[in-house]
Design a protein around this ligand. Structure first.
Ligand SMILES: Nc1ncnc2c1ncn2[C@@H]1O[C@H](COP(=O)(O)OP(=O)(O)OP(=O)(O)O)[C@@H](O)[C@H]1O
Ligand SMILES: [Mg+2]
Length: 236
């Protein structure tokens, strides 16, 4: 097998003197869904930030489509086709839904109307509420705004840090269905999930991170079937 479409390869680094990531490797293939799970504080968000260029790496590299992008800024990575929805503060609450989507398209100089229509097709409720302040929306609807905003740059890779945080099981299922739909268009999905079991069920590839290092790696099905993973990370 060749190189994955996106790979954070042997990433080591942190926010200051102490490293949080210790040779951590995360990858996703074209049009596939890769899921990162692990306990609170394991370094899942840190690994996402590292892949997106928000962390100085002391070791390792990030490559997109074979190109070393380790030294690129987050904005330069967006231009290369990466989109990122962070775990917190991922929408502008005082702006309308539509303004959020427009802001998402900040790097584009071409016509964005078609992409906005695609986002509204994916998330019809957002079209209905397009003139409402995003801060007035429900948790699940806000997450749709955040995902929609990231889609406005027409990314090849969409990175989502806990897209279903704080939403009900029904809304979670709904969001996962939309994420699968996005992946089927050829966009790679790299996401962190607290709902480990459900996320691994839709994952082509899964990573269990513990203390900034890879503990288990496999297909979603392999991890779901692994007794050690089940006992320690999936509640039996
Ligand atoms: N901005 C920061 N500055 C310094 N340390 C940080 C910062 N962000 C996170 N950390 C530390 O890095 C470690 C990993 O945090 P991280 O947010 O990556 O974990 P996580 O796996 O995403 O956890 P959670 O499931 O709670 O979101 C923690 O010990 C945390 O305290
Ligand atoms: Mg996190």
């Amino acid at each position: 097998m060749g190189e994955p479409f996106l790979i954070g390869d042997g990433m080591t680094g942190g926010y200051g003197a102490a490293d949080i990531l210790h040779g951590c490797t995360i990858a996703v293939e074209k049009g596939e869904i890769a899921v990162i799970v692990g306990p609170n504080g394991a370094g899942k968000s840190t690994a996402m930030k590292a892949v997106f260029g928000m962390l100085n790496l002391r070791g390792g590299a990030v490559r997109l489509n074979g190109e070393d992008i380790t030294r690129l800024s987050p904005q330069a990575r967006v231009r290369k086709g990466m989109g990122f929805v962070p775990q917190t503060s991922n929408i502008f609450t005082t702006m309308t839904v539509e303004e959020n989507l427009e802001m998402g398209a900040f790097i584009r100089e071409d016509e964005i109307a078609d992409t906005m229509a695609q986002v509204y097709d994916l998330f019809p409720i957002l079209k209905q509420k397009r003139h409402q302040a995003a801060g007035e929306l429900s948790g699940g609807q806000r997450q749709q705004v955040a995902v929609g905003r990231a889609l406005m740059t027409q990314p090849q890779v969409l990175m989502l840090d806990e897209p279903t945080a704080g939403v009900s099981p029904i809304v979670m299922d709904e969001l996962f269905d939309r994420i699968i739909e996005v992946a089927r268009t050829g966009i790679s999905i790299l996401m962190v999930e607290q709902n480990a079991r459900q996320a691994l069920e839709i994952a082509d590839k899964g990573y269990v991170l513990v203390q900034g290092a890879n503990r288990f790696t496999g297909t979603g099905a392999e991890l779901l079937a692994n007794p050690d993973v089940r006992r320690s990370f999936l509640g039996g």
